[in-house]
Design a protein around this ligand. Structure first.
Ligand code: MOS
Length: 755
């Protein structure tokens, strides 16, 4: 079931003129607070069975025995899917023909490549029976020693980082720059593995009808998921219908469909009934991607005036033993600070974990915490205020490419954020401020940046003869507000009030809106919607301007504008015609058109496109116990046109909270003997709760970008985490005088005895 959204709700803000730019509340908000928004695991088709994953407790080796008979004898267990008993696949799950293919464990053999890898699936009439059946499998293993951590295997230069970026890039002569510098720092920063803990674990309900497949599952990429399933099962894509109206968070983990989701489909095939498979929390700690740990070495040189002479950023990262995703951490140094010489380089080791993959700002988040720390260290070494130092090294063009920026309001972000925070009162030296209770107070800052990307998207627009409109695009609402922001663009594109537009989204039978990732969804799907709207308006205009009965007859050259369900002559707004009249006279019940959204390659060749921001943080540190609290954070961000400031602020709050989490909380702790993550649950894998989140303030800085796309949208999903983590670390230094370079910062790093 796909929910009806929006036709009943109007907003006071949106009655007149533009919907874009209005701080509308979420159109799905009422459904969500009432618990009526249908998530995948809420589906219960008739005859449905429950599947439970059995996962490996070792990190490397082979499964030598599964007690399938014991599991099958348990009351309610229907079948047990194993490498020896599973439906055939049309494609090798280890095949990889493009970087967006994620290798999967689909019971293709008895090999174990990481802990929490699926090794069998038990299907039963109840969740309890399936869970018990999985426990009864009592696997035995042939165990090989697990390779864990950045020093556990030989390193190599990866073939590419991220999705196809060169692993090593140098502009200028870094060694010469360092040699000539009058101030040099060299420091090593370490970031831990982070695992996905979206509120909604991955889940799937799959039902086969002959060779047609119907699925409820959360995905950030409907069309890519559909394509992958089609390949694996040898189906044409139009046989596969995926519903993904809501995601309880994605953060990259739902960008590419994961192995266990496919196992749910295989299980349904095996038993010939609908099957539901929901991941247990710990099962998120293997097969759905994670943020790779990094060890980053920054070498920075500056001249006597505090101008950068060289910036060398080297990142050592992990990937799995069987697939190729390499966190592009060092690329974070490409864009922010002007330096005559910049080098980014990567080095990787293969370890026995699931394959790392996208996690909110992959590369930028990890790289930014090291870069912003190093910049702070260099500012201090030069005796310059950290904000002044960043202004002194402000990049007027993109440093790594020399291209001009399509727009860059970072100076305004610095100025407005600093003003709001009160940065000018910051004493330069650390350990200078205390509050009334005696806590050490510190202020730190970081710069935020994230590329303004676009993928390929499409949309279909319809105007009906009753004056209403429809906009269709298979977009994804992960909680960021796509149902609302994209509908706002749709209403403006159609020249209709929001309550006259039916916005259809979240299913695979709609035009492909492109992946909801890379902070590119609003730009990509939004431009598709904008262009589809313009195309259908152009068709209406053709009808009207060539119809002698229309007040717009002959206005073709002057052009028309669309507003409030009417077209107007651009040169004489007293002359207009309604959509109803235009279509009725033409004898049409509706008219439709399609549009696409994609980056403009010519503009991309000419300009560097990035969103920017400045984050200012206050921490208080207990001088005796070393406990750190973030007490205030101000972020000022410039990200082109803001479609919905309420939702954008919410995205930026979320990103900044992840920055706090990165600096102070999150870490997957791996047992070096077993290769198992020891804290695969929300009790022991720390993420901030309300008490950890300070007063947050987000300023949206005006920025007009004529190059990124016609709407001027840059994207906001990921930038908030960049800059923020470094700002926390820099504030901790300012409070305590202790420079912690291994994240998250621990109490042990700050207790008095260590100072
Ligand atoms: Mo994002 S890590 O591209 O979902």
């Amino acid at each position: 079931m796909t929910p009806e959204i929006g036709l009943t709700q109007t907003s006071r803000h949106a009655r007149h003129g533009s919907n874009i730019g209005q701080p509308l509340t979420r159109r799905d908000g009422i459904l969500k607070v009432r618990g009526e928004a249908p998530y995948a695991a809420d589906q219960h088709p008739a005859g449905m069975l429950h599947a439970v994953l059995a996962v490996s407790t070792i990190a490397r080796g082979r499964v030598t025995f599964l007690d399938v008979n014991a599991a099958k004898s348990h009351p309610g267990v229907v079948d047990v899917m194993t490498p020896a008993h599973k439906p055939p696949l049309a494609e090798d799950p280890d095949a990889k023909t493009n970087p967006f293919m994620f290798r999967m464990e689909l019971l293709q053999n008895d090999a174990v490549r990481y802990a929490y890898q699926p090794i069998a699936v038990v299907i039963a009439e109840t969740l309890e029976a399936a869970t018990e059946g999985a426990a009864l499998l009592a696997p035995t293993y042939e165990i090989q020693p697990a390779r864990v951590g950045l020093d556990s295997n030989d390193s190599f230069v990866p073939p590419a980082v991220g999705v196809g970026h060169p692993a090593v890039i140098e502009r200028g002569d870094v060694e010469a720059g360092l040699a000539s510098a009058s101030k040099r720092i060299e420091a090593i920063y370490e970031t831990p593995a982070q695992y996905h803990n979206a509120m909604e674990p991955h889940a799937i309900v799959a039902a086969w009808d002959g060779d047609a497949l119907s699925i409820d599952t959360p995905t950030q990429g409907l069309a890519m998921a559909q394509g992958r399933i089609a390949g694996l099962f040898g189906l044409s894509a139009d046989k596969i219908h995926i519903r993904s109206p809501f995601l309880g968070g994605g953060f990259g983990s739902k960008g590419l469909i994961s192995g266990p989701q496919i196992l749910g489909i295989m299980a349904a095939r095996l038993v010939g009934k609908p099957v539901k498979l929901v991941f247990r929390r710990e099962q998120m700690y293997g097969p759905v991607g994670h943020r790779a740990p990094t060890r980053q070495r920054l070498r920075v040189g500056a001249d006597g005036e505090g101008r950068l002479a060289a910036l060398d950023h080297h990142a050592k990262i992990t990937s799995s033993s069987f697939d190729d995703f390499f966190e592009p951490a060092a690329d974070a140094s490409h864009t922010l600070y002007a330096s005559p010489a910049i080098r980014s380089s990567h080095e990787a080791v293969r370890v026995d974990t699931g394959t790392p993959l996208f996690m909110r700002a992959p590369g930028e988040a990890t790289g930014s915490i090291a870069l912003e720390s190093a910049i702070d260290e260099m500012a201090s070494a030069c005796g310059i205020d950290p904000l002044d130092f960043r202004l002194k090294n402000y990049a007027e063009v993109e440093p790594i490419s020399g291209k001009p920026f399509s727009s860059k309001a970072l100076r305004q972000c610095y100025a407005q954020g600093a003003e709001r925070f009160g940065w000018s009162k910051r004493p330069p030296a650390p350990r200078q401020m205390r509050d009334e209770a005696g806590f050490l107070v510190g202020w730190g800052m970081g710069t935020a940046t994230f590329p303004a990307l676009m993928f390929q998207g499409a949309a279909r627009a319809v105007v009906r003869s009753d004056g209403s409109g429809v906009m269709e695009t298979g977009a994804h609402d992960m909680g960021q507000g796509a149902w609302t922001a994209l509908a706002q663009i749709a209403a403006d594109g159609l020249g209709l009030d929001l309550d006259r537009v039916e916005f259809r989204s979240g299913t695979s039978d709609l035009p492909d809106a492109g992946i909801a990732g890379g902070s590119a969804h609003t730009a990509t799907a939004g431009m598709a919607i904008h262009n589809a709207g313009a195309a259908v308006i152009a068709k209406l205009a053709d009808l009207a301007t060539s119809d002698q009965r229309s007040p717009l007859f002959g206005a073709g050259n002057a052009g028309v504008i669309a507003r409030d369900g009417r077209l107007f002559r651009r040169d004489d707004e007293t002359r207009g015609d309604s959509y109803v009249d235009i279509l009725t006279r033409a004898g049409l019940t509706e008219i439709e058109a399609r549009g696409t959204g994609t980056a403009n390659p010519a503009a991309q060749a000419d300009y560097a496109m990035h969103a920017h921001g400045a984050v200012f943080v206050e921490v208080k540190v207990d001088p005796d116990l070393g406990q750190v609290r973030v007490t205030r954070a101000v972020g000022a961000f410039a990200a082109g046109r803001i479609i919905n400031p309420r939702l954008v602020r919410s995205q930026l709050f979320g990103g900044m909270i992840w920055g706090v989490s990165f600096a102070l909380h999150e870490e997957a702790v791996i047992d070096r003997r077993s290769g198992r993550i020891m804290n695969p649950n929300l009790a022991e894998y720390h993420v901030p709760v309300n008490a950890d989140v300070p007063s947050l303030d987000v300023l949206l800085v005006d920025e007009h970008d004529p190059h990124v796309n016609a709407l001027g949208i840059k994207g906001v999903g990921e930038i908030g985490v960049t800059g923020s983590a470094g700002a926390v670390a820099n504030a901790v230094w300012h409070a305590t005088g202790v420079r912690v370079r291994r994240f998250p910062i621990r109490i042990d790093d700050l207790v008095v005895g260590h100072q």
